[in-house]
Design a protein around this ligand. Sequence first.
Ligand SMILES: C[S@@+](CC[C@H](N)C(=O)[O-])C[C@H]1O[C@@H](n2cnc3c(N)ncnc32)[C@H](O)[C@@H]1O
Length: 351
Amino acid sequence: MDLSKLSKPELLSKCEELGITQCKSKKKSELIELIKSKETKVIEQDTPNDNIVILNADCMVELNKLEDNSIDCVLTDPPYFIDKLNNNWSSAEVNSDVKNSHIKHLPKGMKFDKAQVKNLYDYYLELSKLLFKKMKPGAYFLSFSSPRLYHAIAMSCEIAGFEIRDMINWTYTQNMPKGMSISHIIEKMNIPKEEKLKLIDEYKDYKTPQIRSCFEPICVAMKPIGKLTFIQNELNFKTGLLDFSQKVGIDHDRVPANIITTEEYNESYDKNFLVSKPSKSEKGESNTHITVKPLALIEHLIKLFSKKGALIVDPFLGSGTTALACKKNDRKCIGIELNTEYYKISLDRCM
Ligand SMILES: C[S@@+](CC[C@H](N)C(=O)[O-])C[C@H]1O[C@@H](n2cnc3c(N)ncnc32)[C@H](O)[C@@H]1O
């Protein structure tokens, strides 16, 4: 298509289709460049086995090519649009941004910026609208998120037409506290020394407002089944009903709950909510991705929300955990990853 023949409103709507946000004020030539940069990304394709397709591409472009009403389940861990972790995630930039607890180099995700939440919402709304077209009625759309961004993910799914059916809480104990002491700020205040020492002592137990985060909410959205009953929808599309033969807990005898843990930490929790502990080797030796999800957690979700032979799509595949879980559990998978380094890791893990 000759983009130069399109009007500015047509270019803007193409940008919207491709998930390019905040471009209303850009010139026509800039819009054309942005569109080209998305569309001309080299798409490599490989097939670790016939049912697992991994693409090195932009998800908006690839999802557009899928048949309408063809996806049985979407399971994804999207970029949260915090710091450099957005829909143009660059591993070089992310890795060079060394974690540092200094106030001017907050740990990743600790800058509170309303624009980031809005950008996530705008982007996820476009993605959700597109997925809504491509998914079967009764198909589940599961998105990992974070406690302070869950509302943006859930609202964008809801506004795109999905029903929010639940929120799963993936709980863990191992996470660094992010609240920071304020004594060094008081130290720099232009007040008499005595007053300073008094303030430092008074506020010695106070920190900036970031509670240690020990869970990730997973948004459970479903494409509505219209006027059909669940069993009618099941017979038509094989979606919607959940497989409760999928047991959890340390003795594998409890029905799935909306709390999940992947580490043992307390008798009652382990009995009710433990899925399975991650093994040291499951990430793969050379996996450099910073947000790899435990394989057992992804396998549990896939087995609960889809059937053997179902088509699972992960638009933000990262290092390939969803594809690997599909391969191990007889599901088909289309995984899309923009970053070539992570794409190669995905292929290695699934071969
Ligand atoms: C949170 S990570 C997923 C990690 C994954 N769950 C795992 O276990 O490895 C999100 C991924 O989305 C990718 N990404 C960001 N924007 C994308 C886009 N527009 N299309 C496809 N992938 C994208 C990033 O490169 C990143 O690897």
